[in-house]
Ligand binder design. Structure first.
Ligand code: NAP
Ligand code: MG
Length: 499
């Protein structure tokens, strides 16, 4: 029987996929960029080129939007029943399950994350998301409304919930296929058509997904996938006058650019942006769970999660114990190429990201922070940086205020629930938060006062398709998952008839 540390045998479909330059999906066809240009995607564990991909830009986005518009207005998709849309989504989920290993290998090679994470975490979450939304297609309904106009019995009024139209979706590199599924599944369930731009660092699984979308039988033009750079392809999509809605996940900085670009035609906008999430450990918590939970809160996915528990607040009486415990957890990590099943921590995604994280480590050192563990990049090929716990920090430091998006946590002691609440909310962000305590009243009182879209109690990073997800403050606009995401991709029409 294969053990979990048996070397990964790359599937022949993976080597074949990587061998030839990948094209983009427009109107059901795999095409080269109009410019003929391609760009390289890298393996972050070596820094070497992994694959070449068509480099979409404004003119390709134009063609993709035209294809999406045609499919939305008059293609087969416009007439398909809700149940049939559900069947297509379910079929796609089955195809994803049938190709779990192949997709997991591609994801790990392109992004760097450990293969077990791709196999057991990311890819199953992708098919789950498509199945969740397969169940929504025939439950997206309006209602009948009793009017109070004169002669109310002479009126029949109702609402219709209709697809918003052509949707542009721009996604990041930290959970490439998961982010594609969070965007595509509700849009397709709602009856929209889509132009998706994956991140330049990780375009491969989205392109493989495009092949499975065609295999599942989605009509041509319903999903178009245009890899390319943010400043060209992404910006063109956000500004496009014939796109009805733009959905974006990524940095707060780019989120602002998207919101501005969308103003010309006032397309609908939803944004899932950065975070600097507080993770609060009280002395009365079950520390056997809180310590590994707090380590996982920051170090999962090499710290490259928008929800990462990057500000750890620990009640004074247990501060040393918790910090030592979290530092001890990092000794269980084996940093190495994600494709080696013995590694449980991979590289960060890119050279830029490595430099960014190391820049923050330098800034922390300059400001007087001390690394209890970690603090350096590894002297080896690829983009490896040690999991790092910083103490002796204060709320003014850049490492405490800004999103590092790497395996770096800052730890601060606190006295009382009131103190920690003001620390926790002292941020421009408001994506996630967590509280570890055995006192349920304290937990729920804090949950009500934390300014964050998600509060986890005695757990961290638990996601589910039914749990709305999104940010307060500068962490975004709107909520994804469940019916909240259907609302993002639909318009409500009131129909009022005098009868
Ligand atoms: P980013 O620049 O915000 O990239 C996210 C997506 O937006 C990518 O597809 C990107 O394309 C695209 N994009 C970039 N500039 C654009 C523009 N002007 N118009 C339209 N689309 C544009 O994020 P990043 O540079 O990859 O990472 C930087 C930081 O963002 C991270 O360190 C982290 O703080 C944050 N981040 C947050 C999340 C999250 O889930 N909240 C995810 C990733 C990153 P390209 O890939 O071609 O640039
Ligand atoms: Mg890559």
């Amino acid at each position: 029987m294969a053990t979990t540390t048996a070397p990964v045998q790359l599937e022949s479909s993976v080597t074949e996929f990587l061998r030839i330059p990948r094209k983009m999906l427009i109107g059901g066809n795999w095409v080269e960029a109009v410019s003929g240009k391609t760009f390289e995607s890298y393996d972050p564990s070596t820094g070497e080129v992994l694959a070449r991909v068509a480099e979409g830009a404004g003119e390709d986005i134009d063609l993709a939007v035209k294809a999406a518009r045609a499919a939305f207005e008059k293609g087969e998709w416009a007439k398909i029943s809700p149940a049939q849309r559900g069947k297509l989504l379910w079929k796609l989920a089955d195809l994803i399950d049938q190709h779990t290993e192949e997709l997991a290998q591609l994801e790990t090679l392109d992004n760097g994350k450990p293969i077990m994470t791709s196999r057991k975490g990311d890819i199953p979450a992708v098919s789950d998301m498509f199945r969740h939304y397969a169940g929504w297609t025939d439950k997206i309904s309006g209602s009948t409304l009793p009017l109070s106009a004169p002669e109310p019995d002479k009126f029949f009024a109702y609402t219709r919930r209709e697809p918003v139209g052509v949707v542009g979706q721009i996604i990041p590199w930290n959970y490439p296929l998961v982010m594609a599924s969070w965007k595509l599944a509700p849009a397709l369930a709602s009856g929209c058509t889509v132009v998706l731009k994956p991140a330049e660092q990780t375009p491969l699984t989205a392109l493989r997904l495009g092949e499975l979308i065609l295999e599942a039988g989605f009509p041509d033009g319903v999903v178009n996938i245009v890899p390319g750079f943010g400043e060209t392809a992404g910006a063109a999509l956000a500004a496009h006058p014939d796109v009805d809605k733009i959905a974006f996940t990524g940095s707060t900085e780019v989120g602002r650019l998207i919101a501005k670009a969308a103003t010309a035609n006032l397309k609908k906008v939803s944004l899932e942006l950065g975070g600097k999430s507080p993770n609060v450990v009280f002395a009365d918590a079950d520390l056997e769970r809180a310590i590994p939970g707090s380590a996982a809160a920051i170090f999962y996915n090499q710290g490259q999660s928008c929800t990462a528990g990057s500000r750890l607040f620990v009640q004074k009486s247990v501060f040393d114990r918790v910090i030592d415990g979290v530092a001890e957890q990092t000794k269980k990590f084996k940093l190495g190429p994600g494709i080696d099943p013995a590694s449980n921590q991979g590289p960060v995604v890119s050279k830029e990201q490595l430099e960014r994280v190391c820049g923050y480590l330098d800034s922390g050192r300059r400001d007087g922070a001390k690394a209890v563990v970690g603090g350096r990049k590894l002297d080896r090929p690829g983009y490896f940086v040690e999991p790092t716990v910083l103490v002796d920090v204060n709320p003014e430091m850049k490492v405490v205020r800004e999103e590092i998006f790497g395996p770096v946590v800052t730890a601060i002691p606190f006295d009382s629930p009131d103190d920690v609440l003001s620390f926790a909310n002292d941020t421009a962000y408001g994506l996630a938060s967590a509280v570890w305590t055995r006192d349920i009243s304290k937990a729920h009182q804090l949950a009500a006062k934390l300014k964050a879209g998600t509060v986890w109690i005695n757990c961290y990073n638990v996601f589910d398709p039914v749990l709305p997800f999104g940010g307060y403050k500068q962490s975004g606009w709107g909520r994804e998952m469940g019916f909240d995401a259907i609302e993002l991709y639909t318009e409500v029409k009131s129909v009022c008839a005098r009868i």
